[in-house]
Structures are given as C-alpha cells and as structure tokens.
Ligand binder design. Structure first.
Ligand SMILES: N[C@@H](CCC(=O)N[C@@H](CS)C(=O)NCC(=O)O)C(=O)O
Length: 223
C-alpha cells in the first residue's frame, strides 16, 4: 500500500491518513506531494488523487481517498478492533465523534490552520473558535470519563483508536495557538504530542523545506 500525503507541517488531513496507516499495522510506503506548487495548482501533481485532495491510499490498483474512507478500508483489512472500541456504547460515541470532526468545527479549522513550524502565543480566538474548542473539550472529557479512564492508557477510549486519529491535528492546533482547555483536555494534548508517531510526524514536518507562499504567517514565532 502507498499513502499519498502533502506537507506534514500543514496538511492535517494527511496526518489523519498517515496515522490511520500506522494504526493498521500493515506495511505501507508514503509519497509526499507538496501543496501550492505550480504543479499542484495546475493539477499535474494530482494525477493520483481522484478528488484532487490528499490523503489517498493506493492499495494495489485501488485508490481510496478521504480520511474516513481510508480508516474504513484499513479497518476492514487490518482489523476493526484496532480502529474502534469493542463495546457498542463506546463504539457509538467514537463513530459520532469521528464523524463530527470530519464534517464540523469549521471556525477552528479555518481560523487555526495546522502549522507545525510556528506558534502564536498572542493569538486571540474568536467566540466561534472558542465554541468549537469547548465542544471538543466536552467530547474528549466525556470519552475519557465514560470509557478511557478505566485504562492506564491516556487515549480517548483507552487504546489508541480512530477517534484519536481524527482529533490528533486538533491537539496540535491547541498547542500552536495556545488555546485554553480543561485539565482533562490538556492531559490528552500532552499525551498526544508525546506519542511516538506524532513525535515522528512533527519532527518531519518541522524539517520540511518545501516553498509555500502562505507561510510563514506574520506574527508567528518559530515552533
Ligand atoms: N474530507 C477530506 C479532506 C481532504 C482535504 O481537504 N485535504 C486538503 C489538504 S489538508 C487538500 O488536499 N486540499 C486540496 C487543495 O488544497 O487543492 C478528507 O477527510 O480526507
């Protein structure tokens, strides 16, 4: 299998696809296609991307695009229990949380784009961004309180799951933009930033040198 992703520093959906591939336990290779190059803008760089977006998982001749479809495909191949909690009430909440992340939180996503190369200590979140953060904080706290806290593991439902994959880039945004969260959410943020797969991804993102018109952002300090 091969996963096509974009800049690790800036592409949050790529991070989800790559984490899902890691979670599958299956062997895969990774191709990086940097965003916003002339080839990206002309579409020439997007020949392996049926929707024109990353991530795309190529399993032999089968392309699977969109992070949720990639999770589903890899759960079919690598084992459902690797991706989703086994018990049905936990599984229902995990599905709903992953879906809400996939379709929601537009103010947070557009106002605080993932940026692993910079930090914004003086960022002033809008009320809409803070409403998204409060909702996410409540979801994380509910998952941890109802299903995660019986385990020694710090993830939403105990073992690292697809719900953690979907929320991993939010963790980096809370860190990058210094967004205020509860103690429960802060513990989750700290655990996620220390996860070996996240450490690997973040270091690789910081080391990238692809030219990108939109970055660095004025007001940011190096991360
Ligand atoms: N719903 C898609 C979203 C994918 C997406 O928007 N990816 C961005 C990069 S993070 C992209 O490829 N955008 C196309 C472009 O910028 O031209 C998913 O879940 O994978």
């Amino acid at each position: 299998m091969k996963i096509i992703i974009a800049n690790r520093a800036y592409s949050s959906w790529s991070m989800r696809g790559w984490l899902a591939a890691k979670l599958s336990g299956l062997p895969f290779t990774c191709e990086i296609i940097p965003m916003d190059t002339p080839e990206w803008k002309s579409g020439e760089a997007k020949v392996g991307m049926p929707s024109g977006k990353v991530p795309v998982l190529w399993d032999g001749k089968v392309p699977v695009w969109d992070s949720m479809a990639i999770i589903q495909w890899l759960a079919d191949k690598g084992g459902h229990d690797r991706f989703w909690p086994r018990e049905l009430p936990a599984r229902g909440l995990a599905y709903a949380m992953a879906a809400e992340m996939h379709s929601g939180f537009a103010p947070l996503r557009s106002g605080c784009p993932m940026n692993l190369k910079e930090r914004f200590p003086n960022f002033e979140p809008t009320p809409e961004i803070m409403a998204d953060v409060a909702r996410i904080d409540a979801l994380w706290s509910e998952a941890r309180d109802r299903f995660g806290s019986d385990s020694d593991l710090p993830w939403l439902f105990g073992p690292f799951s697809a719900a953690d994959v979907m929320y991993a880039p939010v963790v980096t945004r809370i860190d990058t933009y210094h967004l205020p969260v509860s103690a429960t959410a802060r513990a989750y943020v700290d655990a996620m930033l220390a996860h070996p797969w996240m450490v690997e991804w973040i270091a690789a993102g910081k080391a990238e040198t692809f030219p990108f018109d939109r970055y660095p952002v004025p007001g940011g300090v190096p991360a």
